[in-house]
Design a binder for this molecule. Structure first.
Ligand code: PGA
Length: 253
């Protein structure tokens, strides 16, 4: 059986940047580029208050809108959290989960990421599930162990058909916002490892279908070399996704 080739996805993670008005301005400018001519899926992840406006600004374009997190309960007394149904109600179809900044600064663990991921999948959101090692972990030669643990924990109880709707992102913490990109070879090594872990946990065919994005200081001038690696299926872009022309430079690469 031959698997269809994986389509490249370029996703912009806007983190805690851009008001709703600024998000709309970006999307209007970005829509002027010949997106439909590219065999690339494009997603943007604004802050919660900008999601509704972003979805409307993206309507009729190939741009998909993602949230940066989601809570696992449908509702209740959970100050500061946002549910799957709330995201879907404004037309959001995707969500970033387990980003290292959530893990580092806001106490997310493999377990909370797993609960969020399962709720997102059960509710029909397409998750971008992030994993990645810190600099200390890499220097202690623990990278692959850390990635394995994050995958096992994050995907615990996620069945095959749900896993099939999950996008993974490998984001080495030492490469995020530092200007220090992983070389294509370093990234490929981990991407290949992630795919082999998915083949072990599920099966080879599923592992071959799942997209694995790379994240960490992706720029227009390093994107092509990263995307050329056999197991790198796109990028999760922070800093370089904030300006329409720079982000287009990555999509176009
Ligand atoms: P960066 O961020 O591109 O600014 O390094 C990537 C990310 O955190 O998703």
């Amino acid at each position: 059986m031959t698997d269809t080739p994986r389509r490249i996805m370029i996703a912009g993670n806007w983190k805690c940047y851009k008001t709703a008005a600024e998000a709309v301005q970006f999307i209007q400018a970005f829509r002027a580029y010949p997106l439909a001519e590219k065999a690339v899926d494009v997603a943007l992840a604004p802050t919660f208050p900008a999601l509704d406006a972003a979805v409307r600004a993206a309507e009729g374009s190939p741009i998909r809108v993602a949230a940066q997190n989601v809570f696992w309960e449908p509702d209740g007394a959970f100050t500061g959290e946002v549910s799957v149904a709330m995201l879907k109600a404004v037309g959001v179809g995707m969500v970033i989960l387990g980003h290292s900044e959530r893990r580092q600064y806001f106490g997310e663990t493999d377990e909370t990421v797993n609960r969020r991921l399962r709720a997102a999948l059960a509710g029909g959101l397409e998750p971008i599930f992030c994993v990645g090692e810190s600099l200390a972990e890499r220097e202690a030669s623990r990278t692959l162990d850390v990635i394995r643990t994050q995958i096992e924990g994050g995907l615990a109880g996620v069945d095959e058909s749900s896993a099939d709707r999950t996008i993974l992102a490998y984001e080495p913490v030492w490469a995020i916002g530092t200007g220090r990109t992983a070389t294509p070879e370093i990234a490929q090594e981990v991407h290949g490892f992630i795919r082999s872990e998915l083949a072990k946990k599920y099966n080879k065919s599923l592992a071959n279908r799942i997209r694995i994005l790379y994240g960490g200081s992706v720029k227009p001038d390093n994107a092509a070399a990263l995307m050329a690696q056999p197991d790198i299926d796109g990028a999760l872009v922070g800093g370089a996704s904030l300006k329409a022309d720079v982000f287009w430079g990555i999509v176009n690469a």
